[in-house]
Design a protein around this ligand. Structure first.
Ligand code: F6P
Length: 368
């Protein structure tokens, strides 16, 4: 008997989403007699029942395209009962057997809510941040890693000509995988991550050491969520207070204070660049890579990974293993319960092998 499957993409886009949709739909149609309907613009579009037919014509040529043919949004049904009810109604109206959500950490929280509401939900892990728990890797990460590494390579020549400190801000609001990977691959001299709080004086000491050794330029790769040691202490205290606070208004105020100090903050790298210039006395410039890292065609690695995950997802639905994410574990693709994924963030362990590697080649994390 044919199965009817709904598909949506949610949260920030990333390269590989289209390849994953293509893998899912092709395998589902060719191998398992499935029929698919796409919902536009994430959970919002599903609540409003806005659809795109997923057929030969709409799938044609999308393997190499960045973005998502379905569109996306950052709406959060997990926060509103009303949207959850509308999504359930759409699911029933289309007589769906399953709903596939391609997304990151926010999407997994929403998917969990829909699972609790009784839908057969399955998910695929996408994000350039590589911060989804229970999977070795997410698609989108490898492409962004290539873009950020190339940016560092390009900054090297101009940094050398002008004897400047070039600060490059790389995406990653709570996990520093992209900055760490690109920083190592591009040979950054200083890498600043959300997981390892920094001190500007330590950064300055590293840059001055290089100057004494005759290196008149430095590259600082900073994650958008990197945090100073001082702010990290304040955030830890605020989080303690938050855990002990019940009043909604007081909680909102505390959360707002935390938001101003951690995660992606406008102007944080501008301030850091100015401070580096002041303490080192060396001319400094900032480049913010921003959404360039999310755009364009996926790398071959991400096309391959997304196609594997998409086809594995079709099989998982065929086998009726609902309520799971398709995860990469070594060479295997395995199901992992959505609730396990939804409540954890995959942050860089401070003793991770990549951190050790960077330290061994003399990279400073601004912490010692
Ligand atoms: O989660 C992916 C990501 O690109 C983060 O690295 C970044 O902080 C965030 O999304 C930016 O979101 P938006 O596109 O909504 O500005």
């Amino acid at each position: 008997m044919s199965k009817f499957i709904g598909v949506l993409t949610s949260g920030g886009d990333c390269p590989g989403l289209n390849a994953a949709i293509r893998g899912l739909v092709r395998a589902g149609q060719n191998q398992y007699d499935m029929q698919f309907v796409g919902f536009l613009d994430g959970f919002r579009g599903m609540a409003q029942d806005r659809t795109l037919e997923l057929n030969r014509k709409t799938l044609s040529g999308i393997l190499v395209d960045g973005g998502t043919i379905l569109g996306t949004s950052r709406d959060t049904p997990a926060r509103t009962r009303e949207m959850t009810d509308e999504i359930v109604a759409t699911y029933n109206r289309h007589h769906l057997d399953a709903l596939v959500c391609l997304g990151g950490d926010g999407t997994h929280k929403n998917a969990m809510r829909l699972k609790e509401a009784g839908l057969n939900v399955v998910t695929m892990p996408k994000t350039i941040d590589n911060d989804i728990a229970c999977t070795d890797v997410t698609f989108g990460f490898n492409t962004a890693l290539g873009i950020a590494t190339e940016a560092i390579d390009r900054l090297h020549s101009t940094a050398t000509s002008h004897h400047r400190v070039m600060v490059v801000e790389i995406m990653g609001n709570s996990a520093g995988w992209l900055t760490l990977g690109a920083g190592i691959a591009g040979g950054a001299d200083v890498i600043l991550l959300p997981e390892i709080p920094y001190d500007v004086d330590m950064i300055s000491a590293a840059i001055k050491r290089r100057a004494r050794a005759g290196k008149r330029f430095s590259i600082v790769a900073v994650a958008e969520g990197a945090i100073t040691k001082e702010d990290a202490k304040v955030v830890a205290e605020l989080k303690k207070q938050l855990a002990a606070t019940e009043g909604e208004q007081e909680r909102d105020q505390l959360e707002e204070k935390i938001r101003r100090l951690e995660g992606a903050r406008v102007g944080h790298s501008v301030k850091l660049t100015q401070e580096i210039e002041e303490v080192t006395g060396q001319e400094s410039r900032l480049t913010i890579l921003g959404h360039l890292q999310r755009g364009g065609t996926p790398s071959s690695f991400d096309r391959l990974l997304a196609t594997r995950l998409g086809t594995a997802c079709a099989r998982m639905i065929h086998e009726e293993k609902f309520g799971n994410m398709v995860a990469v574990k070594g060479q295997e693709i395995v199901p992992v319960a959505i609730e396990e994924v939804a409540n954890t963030t995959n942050r860089v362990p401070v003793d991770h092998a990549w951190v050790e590697t960077a330290r061994l080649v003399g990279t400073s994390f601004g912490d010692q």
